[in-house]
Design a protein around this ligand. Structure first.
Ligand code: GDP
Ligand code: IMO
Ligand code: MG
Length: 424
């Protein structure tokens, strides 16, 4: 038995969906435990491309069961749309997708407040959220004023929702926003209930009974460590715990039942939205990374900011998540570079530091200290063993292991399932 937490080790979009898809082969259950439909996880199967937002990527493997855990914030209309889209492509949710009755709802007023909040911030204060209502929904959860998925099944739900709409309309009006029409909001949410009601249950005993039978559980992290509400580049973060601990609090599956943590690590760095990014490139190399890596957001389509590999960030992820092994992705994107840089430390106000500063203004002043390595100038996409990698690519991978103190266990050299192999 092996219960695995998979996390994103940078600012999201490391290739978690693809690695989950590969690891699902050996698992029985795939669980999302935090975030919401701000996530966009891409899986390529044959000539087909799927982007999953709320439904665990394991749904694409027949017979595997999927859970949306209590730590997720769930947009009912968004989830129904995703379920319908998957059904139309031959992946029905019935009997395979279970949604925690404790998961909080993202409601239309959360999306309005997200947009209004961003619009009111100064240019330098904007977070660049996905506008999916994630922050306001987690805000309600923490303020103990949220509605949960289980409430959808309560006869009192329309009244509870109306009360919340009225309260949020007052806030929206105070912020200069447009109040929402309560009847339209209630009708919209109620339209999702027939599809969602059969999936909603207490997922806690489900996972514990599965584990007792020796079935394997895979936790699909969303976002990345640097977007974690506690350990990321606050306030330029999302509103949930993307570190490995979030998988436990977000599912009710305890830490002492977890066997390993896999960190998904891109061979370079990207970020969508605002906030400090020490190795960001605003030159031709950055453009080349964006073009070769097709770095455009899977949820919002925004161009991703691109930069060199940052070992300070990777070490931060290794520490805060207890990463046992990396799944290193997208090394093939570096195929065309003559020289490749790795950031090994930062220079902050004239001093060398090798950990990520908590203070956001200090983080913005950090200058990367680079090492340079020769590129391999060979396409890697068809390679399936470590020994077949060109020596320069082997050296780059080994250097990442040394700089982070964590071995690479899985190597991904393209978006497809078959472009992946284990390292001894
Ligand atoms: P996630 O949010 O972590 O699941 O990542 P995204 O799906 O948002 O972005 C990762 C992108 O890289 C997707 O378009 C994947 O199809 C693609 N991808 C994943 N692994 C690899 C890889 O090893 N090489 C290349 N070239 N693309 C990859
Ligand atoms: P996956 O799971 C990349 C970023 C947004 C923004 C910040 C806050 O696909 O890796 P939010 O809407 O969550 O309040 O936005 O977090 N962000 C992501 N960036 N990948 C993601 O998910 C992200 N989810 C949120 O761009 O900077
Ligand atoms: Mg993504």
């Amino acid at each position: 038995m092996s219960n695995t937490i998979l996390i994103g080790a940078q600012w999201g979009d490391e290739g978690k969906g693809k690695i989950i898809d590969v690891l699902t082969e050996r698992a029985d259950w795939v669980v999302r435990a935090q975030g919401g439909n701000n996530a966009g996880h891409t899986v390529e199967v044959g000539n087909e491309r799927f982007v999953l937002h709320l439904v665990p990527s394991g749904i694409l493997h027949e017979g595997k069961r999927c859970v949306i855990g209590n730590g997720v914030v769930l947009d009912p209309a968004g989830l129904v749309e995703e379920i319908r889209g998957l059904e139309a492509r031959g992946f029905p949710a019935a009997g395979r997708l279970f949604v925690s009755d404790r998961a909080h709802l993202v409601l239309p007023y959360h999306r309005s407040l997200d947009a209004r909040g961003e619009a009111l911030k100064s240019a330098s204060g904007k977070i660049g959220t996905t506008l999916r209502g994630i922050g306001p929904a987690y805000g309600d959860k923490m303020a103990r004023t949220g509605l949960r998925t289980g409430d959808l099944l309560d006869p009192a739900f329309p009244d509870l929702l109306r009360e919340r709409i009225d309260a949020h309309n007052r806030t929206l009006a105070a912020l200069g926003g447009e109040p929402l029409d309560p009847a339209a909001v209630i009708a919209g949410v109620e339209a999702a209930i027939p599809t969602l009601a059969p999936l909603v249950c207490d997922t806690l005993p489900l996972l514990h009974e599965a584990a007792a039978r020796g079935e394997e559980i895979l936790f699909e992290g969303a976002q990345g460590v640097m977007l974690d509400i506690d350990l990321g580049t606050y306030p330029y973060v999302t509103s949930s715990n993307a570190v490995s601990g979030g998988a436990c609090t977000g599912s009710g599956f305890p830490p002492n039942r977890i066997d390993r943590v896999v960190g998904v690590l891109k061979a370079y760095t990207t970020r969508v939205g605002e906030g400090p990014f020490p190795t960001e490139l605003s030159d031709a190399d950055g453009e080349a990374l964006r073009a070769a890596g097709r770095e455009f957001g899977a949820t919002t389509g925004r161009p991703r900011r691109c930069g060199w590999f940052d070992a300070v960030v990777a070490r931060h992820a290794a520490m805060s998540c207890g990463v046992d092994g990396w799944a290193l992705t997208k090394m093939d994107v570096l195929d065309g570079f003559d020289r490749i840089k790795l950031c090994v430390a930062y220079e902050l106000d004239g001093l060398r530091i090798d950990t990520f500063p908590a203070n956001i203004r200090a983080a913005a002043r950090c200058k990367p200290v680079y090492e340079e390595m020769p590129g391999w100038k060979t396409p890697l996409g068809a390679i399936r063993t470590f020994d077949a990698l060109p020596p320069a690519a082997q050296a780059y991978l080994r250097r990442i292991e040394t700089l982070t103190g964590v071995p690479v266990r899985i190597l991904s050299l393209g978006p497809r399932r078959d472009q992946t192999f284990d390292l001894p």
